[in-house]
Design a protein around this ligand. Structure first.
Ligand code: ASP
Length: 425
């Protein structure tokens, strides 16, 4: 467990060092530089890794097997867990009522009305059209543009097409293309391993920066809301999803949790599902023993469209703001919130703070002022780190469950081994 320990050590050390770094220190620039280099390296590798992994896993499935069944099961499973996440978020916020302060709607106590124009601009500049775009861009009109603007869903679609068609081809040219793709995939894996080797340093820098720049005073009025969101995320991650592994996959959720720790810590530090994907692919394949065939398809899809933590957070945030404004949402309105959270979590990009746009959209639909988003921005980074970890955890549970449904016996059959760091896969 040396690698996991190094990651944990880096995170704890970073919180301490960060807390003692003055907000004006030049060290913050250094943290920022190292952290950005690390995230850039992960992002650099994501597109070739995802495309090569998907094409390779599909082209290697024998022609006799059916492909659609796995896809349909994946979609069904992800929708189910996201729905459970939304329900948990709603229940906890309805129960704790963080928006009610001293028995009255807390808008004033929370300073809701006056919000900086600059925060507003960041979010309201984008609109619901963005989510519609996500749907239409599933078929990317221009591949290069899709890659350049990080539209992973479109690239996944294209890779699936390539894999599915290549699978049926057996001309000499197609065969050499297949072996070329396999070689390329091995190359990308080796580079990925080298980047992961540096993760403790990158993670240290990212967390130290957050710890140094997030003031405790600004978080204070939001503590109840933060606590409620953490409780709901915890319930979903540790009760619902662990039970799902037990009941459907018939395996130990705790063992899977320990296998996934490096990926969860990376998600926590980067607050980006797509940047975490290289690490979570490796954890699921090498430490939870899920086949490449299932994980190479289920995880990239999950990192893009399955966001349990995000959907839960959207529900929680909208309900919290409604409470603070004294608006009692009816059951029908709450169902609408769940539906919108589900739908938008599908379109939210796997990058930091992405769900704020979705929350603005839902607030608008309910007739609540979008300005309220400024309030939750204060605490967003910390909760973003947590919900991203839950997003990645949900994807990995999907990989385990689907692999088991596909009859894979080896999944979680033995304790995780330490990464052979730096070694080519
Ligand atoms: N940061 C999240 C992710 O990458 C998305 C969000 O909820 O803002 O998974």
């Amino acid at each position: 467990m040396k690698f996991t320990l190094a990651m944990l050590g880096a995170i704890i050390a970073a919180f301490i060092v960060g807390a003692f770094t003055p907000e004006t220190s030049w060290l913050i620039t250094v943290y920022d530089l190292i952290g950005t280099l690390f995230i850039n390296a992960l992002k650099m590798i994501v597109i070739p890794l995802v495309m090569a992994a998907i094409i390779k896993s599909l082209m290697e499935i024998s022609v006799k097997e059916s492909l659609g069944a796995l896809g349909a099961k994946t979609a069904l499973f992800y929708t189910f867990t996201t729905f459970m996440a939304c329900a948990t978020g709603l229940l906890v916020i309805n129960w704790i009522k963080p928006g009610i302060i001293n028995g009255v709607p807390g808008a004033e106590a929370l300073g809701l009305p006056g919000v900086g124009a600059e925060t507003l601009e960041k979010v309201t500049g984008r609109s619901g059209g963005e989510f519609l775009n996500t749907i239409t861009n599933i078929i990317p009109p221009n591949l290069i543009e899709a890659a350049a603007t990080n539209q992973i869903l479109g690239l996944i679609f294209f890779s699936i097409l390539v894999g599915v068609f290549l699978r049926k081809m057996s001309t000499p040219a197609a065969e050499s293309l297949k072996s070329g793709i396999s070689g390329f995939y091995e190359l990308i894996l080796s580079i990925t391993n080298a980047i992961i080797y540096l993760a403790p340093i990158g993670v240290f820098a990212l967390i130290a920066e957050v710890a140094a720049t997030t003031g405790l005073a600004s978080i204070k009025p939001m503590l109840v809301f933060m606590g409620a969101v953490m409780l709901a995320l915890g319930l979903h991650a540790f009760v619902t999803l662990i039970l799902t592994i037990r009941l459907i996959a018939r395996r130990s959720g705790i063992r899977h949790l320990s296998a996934m720790t490096p990926a969860l810590l990376t998600a926590f530090s980067t607050a980006s599902s797509s940047a975490t994907l290289p690490v979570s692919l490796r954890c699921v394949q090498e430490r939870s023993y899920v086949s490449k065939r299932v994980s190479s398809l289920v995880l990239p899809l999950g990192a893009t469209i399955n966001m349990d933590g995000t959907a839960l957070y959207e529900c929680a945030a909208v309900l919290f703001i409604a409470q603070a404004y004294g608006l009692d949402l009816t059951i029908a309105q709450q169902v609408l919130v769940v539906f919108l959270s589900l739908a938008t979590s599908f379109g939210v990009a796997g990058v930091p703070a992405a769900s704020l746009v979705a929350i603005t959209l839902i607030l608008g639909t309910l007739g609540l002022p979008a300005e309220a988003i400024g309030l939750i921005m204060v605490t967003d980074r910390l909760l973003d780190m947590l919900r991203t970890a839950v997003n990645i955890w949900g994807d990995s549970v999907g990989a385990v469950v689907l692999a088991r449904l596909e009859g894979e016996e080896e999944v979680l059959s033995k304790p995780p081994e330490d990464f052979k760091v730096g070694a080519a896969a």
